[in-house]
Design a protein around this ligand. Structure first.
Ligand code: SAH
Length: 379
């Protein structure tokens, strides 16, 4: 189990999901090689070990002693009026994470988490409010996709999850190795075969890692959360700006385009009176013009009273200004607002309601968490 030893954080059973066939084969020295390939495929199909019925009973019993297929369980589903669904997941150590399933005409997008909590402390974001609890293991990122694909009636061949955005809780580039392994396994032909072109990774702007990612040869769409074109304001909203300022981030974004040929998306959460002024539009245009990029405007999903969401008209005015300045931009619909759609909101609410830490200490076991799930109301 070399790939996981020392890195999988949960005590007890360890996940098989995402292990290479050769890694599984190393765990099963007395089984033929094709058994390992079968187990890998069963894991991606969302089967638990008991459901792998073509394996002998004794092999399943032996596997059950030490392993689980998927370390992620769906604890609760919160359907939104807009057709999206918020998924609350539990992990083997009792921690909770969340994801959002968004059906579109062209396919279905799943937004996954990459860390429990986050250490970026963005002013408007619920995920970072309590800091970082821990990184997710690659099997725990993969597990969200596999669990939702199975829950939505998909298979490996006919996936219900066609597109993936790494835009849930956490900073993906702060958990670099696990996120890279996740990308490799989810796009592998003998994995879920999701094309890298159908995957977006969103970062708060860790410029060094953006360049490293560009050099890695993957063809994933990179989204950069900008939120203000002025360093002073951006540093207030996103403390990480003190380490990587706007000029450094734009430079890294241009590098990403140069290396991958993929246009970069800038995420811009509109906050009333803070970053929706004409001066912001002008400065934003000067930063993003001149190389293939696109600006996604999203109206703030307020997490407390201090920052306000602009009206729809104010957002449209900002968009019109940007367009007139030659910027490719659109207003993105914010999904799941009635089900705590913004990053980290649901996990925080559920933890607050349950009166437990939710950080693995005193948070209860996996089974207890599942039972506790029953008391949370569906929106
Ligand atoms: N750490 C990464 C990915 C997680 S956040 C990043 O910063 O990009 C994903 C996106 O959701 C980011 O653009 C983030 O700024 C935005 N976001 C977080 N909280 C929000 C809120 N309350 N309202 C609107 N957008 C929010």
């Amino acid at each position: 189990m070399s790939a996981l030893s020392g890195t999988f954080p949960a005590g007890g059973k360890r996940p098989l999901l995402g292990l290479a066939a050769s890694e599984i084969a190393a765990l099963l020295p007395s089984s033929p090689a094709y058994t390992a390939r079968q187990i890998r495929a069963f894991c991606f199909a969302g089967k638990d070990i008991d459901g792998m019925t073509s394996l002998s009973k004794s092999l399943r019993a032996a596997l059950n002693e030490e392993y689980v297929a998927n370390p992620v369980s769906v604890m609760r589903v919160y359907p939104s009026r807009d057709g999206s669904k918020k998924y609350l997941f539990s992990l083997l150590d009792g921690n909770l994470i969340e994801g959002v399933f968004m059906p579109h005409d062209y396919g279905n997008t799943l937004c996954v988490s990459t860390q429990i909590g986050c250490r970026m402390h963005c002013a408007f974001c619920a995920s970072g409010a309590d800091g970082l609890v821990r990184d997710l293991h690659f099997s725990e990122i993969l597990g969200q996709v596999v669990a939702v694909n199975a829950a939505e009636g998909g298979s490996v061949k006919e996936r219900a999850v066609t597109n993936i955005v790494l835009m849930g809780s956490g900073e993906p580039l702060d958990n670099y190795d696990n996120v890279m392994r996740f990308l490799d396994e989810v796009s592998a032909k003998d994995g879920l075969a999701v094309s890298e072109r159908n995957i977006s990774l969103s970062t708060s702007g860790l410029a060094d890692r953006m360049k490293r990612f560009a050099d890695s040869g993957r063809k994933v769409t990179l989204s950069v959360s900008l939120h203000s074109p002025f360093d002073e304001e951006r540093s207030k909203l996103m403390p990480v700006n003190r380490k990587y300022d706007i000029a450094t981030i734009i430079d890294a974004a241009k590098y990403y385009f140069k290396r991958t040929g993929r246009r970069v998306i800038f995420e811009y959460t509109l906050i009333a009176g803070v970053n929706d002024t004409p001066a912001c539009a002008e400065k934003l245009a000067s930063l993003t013009r001149g190389f293939p990029s696109h600006v996604n405007l999203i109206r703030l999903n307020p997490t407390d009273a201090s920052l306000r969401r602009p009206t729809e008209d104010a957002a449209k005015t900002f968009l019109t200004r940007l367009s007139a300045l030659g910027v490719s931009a659109t207003i993105r619909h914010s999904f799941g607002e009635d089900v705590e759609g913004a990053c980290g909101q649901l996990r925080r609410r559920v933890i607050a309601e349950s009166g437990k830490g939710g950080d693995g200490e005193g948070g209860g076991t996996h089974e207890e968490r599942k039972r506790k799930g029953s008391k949370f109301t569906t929106a």
